[in-house]
Design a binder for this molecule. Structure first.
Ligand SMILES: Nc1ncnc2c1ncn2[C@@H]1O[C@H](COP(=O)(O)OP(=O)(O)OP(=O)(O)O)[C@@H](O)[C@H]1O
Length: 625
């Protein structure tokens, strides 16, 4: 049984609400909250044609309309008609191309900061954290998006209200899951996404294909929930590809697009049906293909067929000349001429200066609390970071047991080899940190666009949790190797080299992951780069034996400084019967150098890779839209 149409509001009642809204840009709505009105006129959007980079392509042409308070607005049209494009343009989410025309929120042009802070955007594809529950995901987003002045109790109360409002009570504490680990259903995931957009009480909610991929029952549930938001003072606009008859009946005002042009904008229901029946008298009558055909199906079929038959321009021109268009022009002109009073709250929101509500340090603390602690308890996160290092530490311990105090020339090769392995292995294990960035790319882009945090906050959080774990595991693992092998010199330096090389590897992996187009490319690039570093460590070929044209590479090889510091630590000040530690250091061109200075030099690589990772995350756009 489909969900009860308990949120149906009659067209007449909505007309009354819209009429009341027309006098003010801050129209009061059912729940006493003020909804905002969005008007757009003569929108054109042009991009470089991806099939022919020399040509321009117009994706929207002369699009006008409005999203009115108290109404559920929808953008309809066949695939490729420009629905998502128009939604993105209205929400200010286009990163490429040129937009022309006027878009006004509450009668004023909105800033990017306002759009990030006070509008909600629900993407077509879910961007959720699989190891959190819906309640945890909502609480985390609420903590990140709402001002610090708001109490935790108030935030939690809002989360609970959203859970009830979005009918998520039954899955409140179920893990979200992913393709490998079963969690909540697709319809529930879609509603969690809507909830994320709602936690900050947005003034406008944009939804892209919020029913795609759902069975009709779940699609109807989602649409009921969306409809129920309208009376709470949120201006709602959704794109919808093929609405079920029930979902179609919930829409108040629809815009139908064909090839980026409007072929209808107006009230839904009888009004839209009458328009198409009058505009297209030669169309196959409704119900003639099958007796159960609904009005929505008939309109969708009619416009899709027109698109397929190459009649998009003809339909757009019919609308241009129609009385419907004239009425719409008058409606828009009246609204633009009399934008009415704007409340102080709306004015303050429109003038907002920061896209994020929380400061840098508070954002990091919240990320660590809501996501970091969860990761540290998640075996799927922990094991790939620990097991490879543990296995290698045990192997080194058992294979090289007790060789560290034999400083004879016969043993020099073994010692420099084990130090070589100890220095390079943390660099090699850097690949295991690639998924942390690549798999989360969609989530990161969405959360940054939503104003949850800035790039630097996200990067510092990701590094902080990795560095914390690296610190925890490097201490026992370095003991497992240093003492059983009876290595010489300082344990602190032995550990510090391992720890530092691990975190340089993490920053390197983050940089490459942020640049690489996908996981395969990043996974191939990290070891390929690290292999080039091995040749210049100074052990496989001595520094003195390197051709001069390759000598420079050694200075940008952090593993060279790691290994050099370890060799000096082992041999400095030691004498042997055959030759002294000094001769070993001379052999490797390390005599007279300070192990701590080499360590300090190596630490500069962390700063360099951190900066590169930050720049790549901030400026490399993988998702052009
Ligand atoms: N740079 C580009 N070069 C060529 N075509 C482009 C470019 N950018 C977008 N398009 C095309 O513009 C059209 C509009 O895309 P949009 O995503 O808005 O359609 P849509 O109506 O939302 O479709 P769907 O229902 O399938 O999501 C599509 O045909 C898309 O392929």
């Amino acid at each position: 049984m489909p969900p009860q149409a308990d949120c149906h509001i009659s067209i007449e009642k909505l007309d009354a609400i819209a009429a009341a809204a027309a006098g003010s840009d801050d129209a009061p709505t059912g729940a006493g909250r003020r909804a905002i009105r969005v008007t757009f006129q003569d929108l054109n959007y042009v991009v470089t044609n991806s099939a022919n980079r020399k040509a321009k392509l117009s994706l929207l042409t002369g699009v006008s309309g409005a999203l009115l308070p108290g109404e559920l607005s929808a953008l309809l049209g066949p695939s490729g008609s420009g629905k998502t494009t128009l939604l993105d343009v209205l929400a200010g989410r286009k990163t490429v191309g040129q937009v022309q025309g006027s878009i006004l929120f509450g009668g004023r042009p909105p800033s990017q900061t306002f759009l990030r802070r006070y509008t909600g955007y629900v993407e077509q594809f879910d961007t959720l954290l699989s190891n959190l529950t819906p309640c945890e995901m909502l609480s985390y987003t609420a903590a990140m998006k709402n001002p610090r002045s708001e109490s935790q109790a108030a935030q939690q109360a809002r989360v609970e209200t959203i859970i009830t409002q979005l009918m998520l009570t039954s899955c409140r504490d179920v893990i979200i899951g992913n393709v490998l680990e079963r969690g909540i259903s697709g319809g529930q995931a879609k509603r969690v996404n809507i909830g994320l957009a709602l936690v900050t009480n947005p003034r406008i909610l944009f939804l892209d294909e919020c029913t795609s991929g759902l069975d009709s029952y779940s699609a109807n549930e989602v649409m009921s929930v969306v409809k129920s938001l309208v009376p709470t003072g949120i201006t709602v606009c959704t794109t919808i590809h093929s609405p079920t008859p029930y979902a179609f009946a919930l829409l108040d005002r629809i815009t139908i697009l064909l090839r980026g042009r409007v072929v209808y904008w107006g009230l839904n229901g009888d009004h839209s049906l009458r328009y198409f029946q009058q505009a297209c008298p030669d169309a196959v009558p409704m119900g003639s293909t099958h007796s159960m055909q609904s009005a929505s199906e008939w309109i969708v079929d009619l416009t899709t067929k027109a698109d397929r038959d190459g009649r998009a321009l003809e339909f757009a021109s019919l609308y241009e000349k129609s009385s419907q268009r004239q009425e719409n022009e008058a409606l828009l002109a009246a609204q633009l001429a009399d934008s009415g009073p704007v409340s102080a709250t709306t004015l303050a929101e429109l003038g907002v200066k920061r896209a994020t509500a929380t400061p840098f340090w508070f954002g990091i603390l919240q990320l660590l609390k809501h996501r970091g602690l969860k990761d540290l308890r998640d075996p799927a996160w922990l094991l790939p970071r620990i097991m490879d290092k543990l296995i290698v530490a045990l192997l080194i311990m058992t294979l090289y047991w007790g060789i560290g105090d034999d400083l004879s020339s016969v043993n020099a090769n073994n010692i420099s080899a084990v130090l070589f392995m100890w220095a390079i292995l943390p660099g090699f294990s850097a690949s295991s940190y690639v998924p942390a960035i690549v798999l989360e790319r969609g989530l990161f882009v969405r959360e940054r666009s939503d104003g949850l945090y800035r790039t630097i906050t996200y990067l510092c959080f990701k590094l902080a949790e990795e560095v914390f774990l690296a610190l925890l595991i490097s201490l026992p693992f370095s003991c497992l190797v240093f003492f059983p092998l009876q290595m010489q010199g300082s344990w602190a330096l032995f550990w510090a080299v391992y720890f530092l090389t691990t975190i340089i590897g993490i920053a390197l992996a983050y940089f490459i992951a942020a640049l690489a187009p996908n996981m395969d490319a990043a996974n191939a690039a990290v070891p390929a780069y690290v292999v080039t570093l091995l040749f210049f460590v100074g052990m496989l070929i001595r520094q003195d034996d390197m051709p001069s044209y390759w000598g420079w590479y050694l200075y940008i090889d952090f593993l060279h400084f790691a290994w050099g510091a370890l060799v000096i630590n082992q041999y400095e000040g030691k004498g042997t019967t055959v030759y002294g530690g000094r001769e070993v250091l001379e052999f490797y061109n390390l005599d007279g150098r300070s192990r701590w200075a080499l360590l300090g030099y190596e630490s500069l690589f962390f700063i360099a890779f951190f900066t590169l990772a930050w720049l790549a995350l901030a400026f490399k756009r993988h998702q052009k839209r």
